[in-house]
Structure formats: C-alpha cells, structure tokens
Design a protein around this ligand. Structure first.
Ligand SMILES: Nc1ncnc2c1ncn2[C@@H]1O[C@H](COP(=O)(O)OP(=O)(O)O)[C@@H](O)[C@H]1O
Ligand SMILES: [Mg+2]
Length: 237
C-alpha cells in the first residue's frame, strides 16, 4: 500500500498552514483513509488540534516530528508515523532552516503553499517559491507545487501579482479559502469542515474540495464518495 505525502509550508507564520493541514486531514478521514498529521512545528498547533479531537470523531493519527525537546502538547508524544498511513500531511514551521527544508522535501510528493491576503505575505511567498525552485530543486525532484489564497475577504486584487507569478512558472493556483469563523471554531474543537454537517459548512467544504482532490494524488479516485461530501459548485467567485 502506498503512502501519499503532502507538505503544507510557507516561510511565513500565520498564513494558514495548520488550518489547511487539519481540514485536509478531516477530508481524508471522512473518506475512511488512514491519515496522519506529522507536526514539524515546535508550536505543535496541529497536535493540539488533535488533542482536542473527540474520540468519537474519525481517527486521525499524529506524529510529533518537531525538534522541541521533550515533546509538547500532544498527549501521546508519538514521534513515529503510523505504518498503515495512506495520506500523510506534514505541517511545517514558519521559516524552516535549509536543513529542515531539505528533510521535508525528501519526504513529500506534493507541496501546498497557503498565502495570506497582505502584500507582505504575497511578496514573501514569491521569494519562498523561488527558494523552493532554486535551492529545493522541486522540479528536478518531481515534487508538485500549488498555491492557495487563504483568508480571502473580497476580490481585492492583492493576489493578482502572485497569480501572475505562479502562472508564469506553471504552478497552479488552487483556489481561494475564505476568511470564515467556521475555520476558527473548527480549529478550536478538533474538527475540520468535513467533520461538520454539510449545512454548517457548505461553502467551506466546496472551496476546500479542489485542494483536497489535488493533494489526494489518485488515492480518492478509488474510494466511493461518502454521502455527506457535497459536489463542488462554481458558486464562489
Ligand atoms: N480561512 C481562515 N478563516 C479564518 N481564520 C483563519 C483562516 N485561516 C487561518 N485562520 C486563523 O488564522 C490563525 C493562523 O492560522 P494557522 O493555520 O495557525 O497559520 P500557520 O499554521 O501558518 O501559522 C489561526 O488563528 C487560524 O484560526
Ligand atoms: Mg501552524
């Protein structure tokens, strides 16, 4: 059985790496795919999210792969990735060292880069993508890369330069994740939008689906869709 790995990373903090990680994990778990989040961030936000997660929710495994001494908020402090994992999501810290970046790149098939809505975030992300290409050699390694605009509040053209830049590099812009309290509340209670009833998170699930499908590789193609995963609509601009 093969394992598909997705790295969620950006040089910046607070851009939504953990939010993307946890919601992606909730998507795979909702489809009964064995899923593990490996948290490389000493802040341990993904592991804290897992610690909040009810034992009745679909199981998501956690692994503490940060370099923090003595482990952190995660109850079990597991440092190993469950062997049966089929979807592994790596939640990276902000500003990873070159050494850590190389370690992360060696582990992954795909990279998701969330970008915040400020021009500072956009600028920093363009620099980070250049680093991935030049230092990380992602093309040479055959690692797929995609960008996500996160915390979108309106159609302000703040992302236009970034869309143009990534477009010129042939990197897909997977879509826009809105600035929504649903993500904040889900994050606080150890759930993702795919754990919630459809009617409680319809827009959020729809905007997340292209991200999930891209990250899935071909793994979800084999799975029958679960009844509460709603089809994607073109409703959101
Ligand atoms: N789309 C969103 N809508 C609303 N709040 C968000 C969204 N994405 C992230 N946040 C909030 O922004 C903060 C930083 O997000 P987080 O995912 O922890 O970023 P990172 O892991 O990159 O540091 C958190 O409080 C999170 O709940
Ligand atoms: Mg984080």
């Amino acid at each position: 059985m093969t394992m598909n790995t997705t790295l969620v990373i950006n040089a910046k903090g607070g851009v939504g790496k953990t939010t993307i990680t946890t919601n992606l994990a909730s998507y795979f778990a909702a489809r009964d795919i064995v899923t593990t989040i490996a948290d490389f961030d000493p802040q341990g936000s993904s592991l804290n999210w897992l610690a909040q997660r009810s034992s009745e929710a679909r199981k998501i495994h956690g692994a503490d792969l940060s370099t923090r001494i003595g482990g952190g908020g995660f109850a079990n402090g597991r440092r190993v990735i469950a062997r049966e994992t089929r979807q592994l999501i790596l939640d990276a810290p902000a500003g990873p060292s070159r050494l850590l970046l190389q370690d992360l790149l060696a582990r992954t098939q795909s990279i998701l880069i969330p970008v915040g809505p400020s021009s500072i975030d956009v600028h920093a992300t363009a620099g980070f993508i250049k680093e991935l290409l030049l230092v990380g050699q992602v093309r040479f390694r055959n690692i797929r890369v995609a960008v996500i605009a996160n915390r979108v509040r309106n159609n302000k053209p703040v992302y236009a330069p970034l869309e143009k830049f990534v477009g010129s590099l042939g990197i897909p812009f997977l879509g826009r994740v809105s600035d929504s309290d649903v993500y904040v509340e889900a994050c606080e209670t150890g759930v993702g939008v795919f754990d919630l009833p459809v009617e409680a998170a319809t827009d959020e699930r729809n905007e997340f689906l292209p991200i999930c499908r891209w990250a899935a590789g071909d793994q979800t193609e084999e799975e029958a869709p679960t009844s509460n995963v709603v089809p994607i609509t073109a409703a959101r601009a």
